[in-house]
Design a binder for this molecule. Structure first.
Ligand code: NAP
Length: 500
């Protein structure tokens, strides 16, 4: 992995008064600062509203204290923050921004290294990148890197257009497309679990694995994000990026080295092996849902169509389940079932790797079944691994019973487990793009998802709402597995009391 020791950088955050900056970026920068991982640095916050440097620093202070509690060195930390009121659509104000950037660069000896973090709505990404180049902000003697948030387009075509715009100012190596799932500790752990364990890698194929299930469920509804969600839906918001990235990490071949290029090219090979379905087949492989009213945490909640800024007759899906097939030598015949939704029973992201049954079950008697072996990777909220095995029941004759061996990540590392954004910011400072998505990954996963959304958009008759809030989604999602002889492992069954 290419790492840089010298990490001095001017970090320019566009959208510095927004939710992402306040809730995630400032606390993550503070954590890096606290751990001595921010060498020489300064931050310029950019947004339209007219506020002073002092007011901006105060908002940074509040954001850190709200997230992490009181901090002794908070005054020193916020002294590195500057604010520039600037409308990114206004061409003339980029000159003032460049002057401020040059001045701060000189004052802090930042060696012309710049990170441009676009924590703003995606329609601004292209215009900002073009201006950064035309107004000379990218003319630096150090490195320049562009960090952008999801969504990266809303189809392959719009993603291509966006990519062309940002590529006029930044090379592919300089673009860091955030998928915050790739900052999660247990998502990063998938590779290590697979490639550092002699007991898993030989079994990691269609001879021993019967199916893999990925569930990412939320209890929250669409909240205040109705306007955005109406143009997105669960397929674009969750499947195209986070879920497809987890599929790629689970399915990829071992890279020859852990370099950015090698890891990415193995992931791309998975995307290239995804089975492309005919339009007429989509209904057999993918299920969509939308939440109706229901009870969540003992409270009555409204249906999706009654949420703010949502069309009363909306056909936007808030739930997706699917069966993904990877047509290569390793995975032929193994379904990867995926499921994600809002307003579900519990907040949980888990991966279940279900191994095939043993050839002959010596212990089977009615009610004394031997369970399939499962490897469960708990991504959030709890982080860890559980291995479901069979062992002799104490005191019994030769009765088998299921035992669960668990490792709780949070239990051991507790406060030291860095938050996703902290890790991604640190990677970006070091110039390590492994856990950011390459354009090829984006393009292949859009091509895959576009096919589904095209069919769904053309199908006028949708039985929405088709699942009650506070449940596990529509019945059709269960039937998707039942017809293959499988079932979703219930989240409650997979939960373990992880020793802390
Ligand atoms: P937000 O709360 O709406 O913040 C938008 C920011 O952009 C504000 O600082 C706003 O400040 C600024 N802004 C808007 N128009 C501007 C203009 N013309 N010129 C300069 N500044 C302008 O949005 P957010 O939730 O932080 O999300 C930002 C991006 O991150 C989006 O792409 C979103 O999809 C993505 N994202 C967010 C989260 C999250 O947890 N929030 C998670 C994942 C991805 P002014 O009004 O002062 O201009």
């Amino acid at each position: 992995m290419k790492q840089q020791e010298n990490m001095s950088s001017l970090i320019m955050i566009f959208g510095a008064t927004g939710d992402l900056a306040i809730r995630k970026l400032f606390p993550s920068l503070y954590r890096l600062f606290e751990r001595g991982r921010l060498n020489k640095f300064a931050v310029i916050g950019v947004a339209r509203r007219q506020i002073t440097n002092d007011a901006f620093q105060k908002s940074v202070r509040e954001s850190v204290i709200n997230a992490l509690g009181d901090k002794e060195n908070i005054d020193e930390f916020i002294s590195y923050f500057y604010y520039q009121s600037h409308d990114v659509t206004n061409s003339s104000s980029y000159v003032a921004l460049r002057n401020l950037a040059d001045q701060i660069d000189a004052n802090y000896s930042l060696e012309g290294n710049r990170i441009f973090y676009l924590a703003m709505a995606p329609e601004f990404f292209g215009p900002i990148a073009l201006h950064l180049k035309s107004d000379g902000l990218t003319e630096v003697k150090g490195f320049k890197r562009l960090v952008i948030e999801k969504p990266f387009g809303k189809s392959l075509e719009s993603a291509k257009e966006l990519n062309q715009q940002i590529r006029t100012a930044f090379s592919e190596e300089e673009i860091y497309r955030i998928d915050h799932y790739l900052g999660k500790e247990m998502v990063r752990n998938i590779e290590v679990i697979r490639f550092a364990n002699a007991i898993f890698e030989p079994l990691w194929n269609n001879r021993y694995i019967s199916n893999i299930q990925i569930t990412s469920s939320e209890v929250l509804g669409v909240e205040e994000r109705g306007r955005y969600y109406e143009t997105s839906g669960a397929l674009r918001d969750m499947v195209q990026n986070h879920i497809m990235q987890m599929v790629a990490l689970l399915a990829m071949e071992p890279p020859i080295r852990l370099t950015t290029d090698e890891v990415r090219s193995e992931k791309v090979r998975v995307f290239r092996s995804l089975r492309r379905f005919e339009s007429s087949e989509i209904k057999d492989y993918f299920v969509r849902g939308q939440y109706g009213p229901g009870t969540v945490n003992d409270e009555q909640v409204p249906e999706y169509r009654a949420e703010p800024m949502v069309d009363k007759e909306s056909n936007t899906e808030t739930f997706v389940a699917g069966k993904i097939m990877i047509d290569n030598f390793r995975w032929a015949g193994v379904p990867f079932y995926i499921r994600t939704g809002k307003r579900m029973k519990s907040k949980s992201t888990k991966i279940v790797v279900q191994f095939k049954d043993i050839p002959m079950n010596l212990y089977y008697q009615p009610e004394k079944n031997v369970h399939p072996n499962l490897l469960v990777i708990h991504i959030q909220p709890e982080e860890g691994i559980t291995l479901h095995l069979n062992a002799k029941k104490a005191g019994g004759h030769l009765d088998a019973q299921e035992v669960k061996l668990s490792f709780a990540n949070t239990g051991i590392q507790a406060m030291n487990t860095p938050e996703g954004y902290e890790k991604l910011l640190y990677d970006c400072l070091r110039g390590d793009a492994t856990n950011f998505t390459h354009w090829d990954e984006v393009a292949y996963s859009w091509a895959f998802v576009d096919k589904i959304s095209e069919v769904w958009e053309k199908t006028k008759t949708v039985d929405f709402p088709n699942y009650e809030s506070g449940t596990i989604g529509p019945k059709a999602a269960d039937e998707l597995l039942e017809k293959d002889g499988f079932f979703w492992w219930p989240v409650s069954y997979l939960e373990v009391d992880m020793c802390k």
